[in-house]
Ligand binder design. Structure first.
Ligand code: AMP
Length: 360
């Protein structure tokens, strides 16, 4: 596909804040954005040139959407793989394609794939019954985190367990669905690498950020991440391997646990722009949203040089209702336009530029 000229239409499956920020970046580069999602007036719909309200598996809507778009991408990793395959079967260009989407949707397949391409993870065991769970808990030394294989996000569908806990109740808690038990990783910190791969195979990786979670939800991301150059180089090369091996075109994020001795273990990856990269538009010469749009439009990637030290803080629930001037003069605020500030809901984020870096 030739680089898309300005005025072309980029279609995005998914209507959340990631679609909204991708859409804004696309508009700035001269593209029109069409959003397809099932919700009534989601955040991305309200900045789109055209909003298609339809189920992700509504083939007649997908066909009309495809006819209107020059390239299609997604902002949500639970889009049915069959919808992407359908779009490809009718001749659409979908970037990234189905491969990275499919692997990221199932925690077991994801970890097996990561291991197969030489990316280490913590230990894990598949679980499909309370009996399996008892065996797995034993194998993993008596403690672990039970996670559903599919549809979990932000700590949902997860239960921490140790020997002696009621395993039948834990399995019922996650809905008696196929799951994995992960060994508890005694990490020193968590980092993520947000990387972009262009259609010609070139890659650019943002500096890793150090991420803090509370209750499974990201609270802050800080760059630099405070690790030594060799560890950072290793993290980047793991993300690069992943992007290459999935034939990914666009942005992806690899979340890593860092052990005391600098060992890196992959937690999971997202085949899309990522919350831990929300500091990049303010911190780097090119941000993750623009970079993704460049990649899917067949443009060359932008430079990702980081020009500020930054701290990104998520605004959850009513935190986003604070007056804009209460964040301090150095804060850059992004709000997602969600009308209902439910507790814990990601409503926006603030980026603080803590110091400026010399451009070498
Ligand atoms: P996840 O949804 O799998 O990314 O999990 C959310 C957060 O829970 C992670 O970012 C970690 O802070 C914590 N967590 C998840 N899995 C593990 C694990 N196996 N060991 C230790 N902490 C974990």
């Amino acid at each position: 596909m030739k680089p898309l000229p300005p005025g072309s239409v980029i279609g995005i499956l998914g209507g959340g804040q990631l679609g909204r920020m991708l859409g804004s970046a696309a508009a700035r580069l001269g593209f029109d954005v069409h959003i397809l999602a099932p919700e009534d007036s989601p955040p991305a719909a309200r900045i789109a040139a055209v909003y298609w309200q339809a189920a992700y598996d509504d083939e007649s809507a997908l066909r009309e959407f495809a006819d209107a778009c020059d390239v299609i991408t997604y902002e949500f990793e639970n889009i049915p793989v069959s919808s992407v395959e359908y779009l490809v079967s009718i001749g659409s260009v979908v970037r990234p394609g189905a491969a990275s989407l499919e692997k990221s949707q199932d925690r077991l397949a994801e970890k097996q794939f990561l291991n197969a391409i030489g990316i280490e993870t913590g230990a894990y065991e598949p679980v499909s019954s309370p009996d399996d769970l008892a065996t797995a808990l034993n194998t993993l030394g008596g403690a672990g985190i039970l996670k559903t294989r599919r549809d979990g996000y932000d700590g949902k569908g997860q239960v921490r367990l140790k020997t002696g806990d009621d395993l039948a109740a834990a399995f019922a808690d996650i809905g008696k669905v196929p799951a994995i038990l992960e060994a508890y990783v005694p990490f020193e910190r968590e980092i993520s690498v947000v990387i972009a791969r262009a259609s010609d195979g070139t890659v650019t990786a943002f500096d890793p950020s150090m991420n803090d979670h509370a209750g499974g939800v990201l609270r802050t991301s800080i760059a630099p991440c405070g690790l030594s150059e060799p560890v950072i180089a290793k993290a980047r090369s793991m993300a690069e391997t992943l992007a290459r091996e999935t034939g990914h075109v666009g942005v992806l994020a690899l979340e890593l646990f860092v052990l005391e001795d600098g060992t890196l273990l992959a937690n999971e990856f997202a085949p899309r722009v990522h919350n831990s990269g929300h500091w990049t538009p303010e911190g780097c010469l090119t941000g993750q949203f623009e970079q993704h749009i460049r990649a899917v439009a067949g443009w060359p990637l932008g430079p990702v040089t980081r020009v500020f030290d930054v701290e990104m803080q998520n605004l959850l629930g009513e935190e986003a209702l604070a007056p804009a001037d209460s964040y301090g003069a150095d804060a850059v605020i992004t709000l997602y336009g969600k009308r209902d500030a439910k507790p814990g809901r990601k409503m926006g984020h603030v980026v603080r530029r803590t110091s400026i870096r010399a451009l070498s």
